[in-house]
Write a protein that binds this ligand. Structure first.
Ligand code: HAM
Length: 423
């Protein structure tokens, strides 16, 4: 056992896994741009109060999961446990409200939650987060779900399903809450200890408890979609119609409430549609029509979601999906002798600049060892620059498939390779 290890629930992302991370970030960035999102980076540390107010004082995140610290100057900061309140803070602080609305912002980076260890659950994980600020229209709720499915498609991920629900608004929810209070009144003592606490402060969360005895009780609970106000009802109906229109797979889950306090109306999660994926949501989000005002802005709507990148990559690997990357070098540059070695540094840079993928070991290895390495890396061509070639200003192009070799002038090598690639 090494003397030092990464903190519990946190891990190194090794070079061999970077192809997945590069690919997913590239796909997310391309699609975010296509859907009109501007890229926003926020600090990893924020004021603790931002999440107490934004995420909610009695949520698991705030009660149990934040990594908080006090600076030498006495500020109370925390490693961001999610993006949403931070994005709204940045929107308000930087006067982004002067932009035409809706303002669409997208962020990418780590979040930190002190969670219990479980498959697919990390204390440092990575999210791609999307927020649309200042638009009530239900088409945006549906478009965000469509964006998720476009991203998954580009990654080769199929068999995913949206779970969706509406949890009402400040007009209809109090009434539903009262119904829950009376439903649970006689059943309180049969709930798990967490739910007994939730019954005081975070009633909706009783619906999605994972304890068997609480699931059993919740089976008969009145469903919120039967008690929505007209506005929430028609909003939800429209979202579902848009999803039908786009043929996006979804199921209604009346017990989906989400663990964050700011949601109103639509809430959704996206899950793998297979047995092994049951416990692992790949993405989650919803509408938050009161949050902007709560954090000091105007009374305006918002809707957003975040994708768990670690979980997406785990699923890609579990399902053995081939990731199409261009990281394989097209060329492996082999150099032999002092003069060959000297010239190879400049040539390496020229090849790299020409846009051809190039690799080299730049070491004192023998020709055989370097060829073996080129083969292992899957290079199409090896370029061999020995003492003789360096003196003659030539180079050998070796086709790694056929092993045929051709000597060409050094000044023409890039053009020659490009011509061969075109064939
Ligand atoms: P969330 O459901 O807490 O929502 O997180 C979104 C996704 O991030 C989850 O579905 C999961 O894939 C991933 N995730 C969260 N925690 C972990 C963890 N400990 N380990 C691995 N993956 C994790 C939010 O964070 C909201 N801010 C989303 C949102 C944006 N709602 C509106 N706008």
């Amino acid at each position: 056992m090494p003397k030092f290890q990464a903190p519990k629930g946190m891990r190194d992302i090794l070079p061999e896994d970077q192809v997945y991370w590069e690919k997913i970030k590239q796909v997310v960035k391309n699609l975010a741009k296509d859907y009109g999102f501007g890229f926003l980076e926020t600090p990893i540390l924020e004021e603790v109060d931002l999440f107490i107010k934004g995420t909610g004082q009695y949520t698991d995140i705030v009660e149990k999961e934040m990594y908080s610290l006090r600076t030498k100057g006495g500020d109370q900061l925390t490693l961001r446990p999610e993006f949403t309140p931070a994005v709204i803070r940045a929107y308000l602080e930087n006067g982004l409200s002067r932009l035409p609305h809706p303002v669409k912002l997208f962020s990418l980076g780590p979040i930190f939650r002190y969670e219990r260890k479980q498959k697919g659950r990390y204390r440092q994980s990575y999210q791609a987060n999307f927020e649309v600020i200042g638009e009530k229209d239900p088409i945006l709720d549906a478009q965000l779900i469509q964006l998720f499915f476009s991203i998954s498609k580009d990654l080769g991920l199929k068999n995913l399903i949206t779970q969706i629900n509406s949890i009402g608004c400040s007009r209809c929810r109090p009434n539903y809450r009262r119904m829950l209070v009376s439903f649970y009144r006689s059943k309180k003592k049969h709930l798990c200890s967490d739910c007994q606490k939730r019954a005081q402060r975070n009633l909706l969360r009783l619906l999605d408890c994972k304890e068997l005895k609480c699931i059993k009780i919740a089976e008969n609970v009145p469903q919120i979609i039967d008690h929505l106000c007209d506005d929430c009802h028609s909003h939800f109906r429209s979202v579902l119609e848009y999803l039908d229109e786009m043929e996006i797979p979804y199921i209604l889950n009346p017990h989906l409430v989400r663990g964050l306090d700011y949601y109103t109306k639509t809430v959704f999660e996206i899950w793998p549609d297979d047995e092994e994926g049951r416990q692992i949501a790949l993405a989650g989000g919803g509408r938050y029509d009161g949050l902007i005002k709560l954090l000091g802005g105007k009374d305006m709507s918002g809707v957003g979601f975040a994708i768990g990148l670690d979980r997406m990559i785990n699923l890609i690997q579990e399902r053995s999906i081939k990731i199409n990357t261009r990281t394989k070098p097209i060329i492996f540059l082999i150099q032999l002798g002092e003069l060959g070695k000297k010239k190879s540094l400049k040539l390496f840079e020229e090849l790299r600049r020409s846009g051809l993928g190039v690799a080299s070991s730049f070491s004192r290895n023998t020709m055989q060892a370097q060829l073996k390495r080129a083969d292992k890396m899957g290079a199409r061509f090896a370029l061999i620059l020995g003492q003789k070639e360096a003196l003659d200003e030539t180079i050998i192009i070796r086709d790694m498939n056929s092993s045929s070799q051709e000597t060409v002038p050094l000044s023409k090598v890039i053009a020659k390779i490009k011509k061969r690639l075109k064939k």
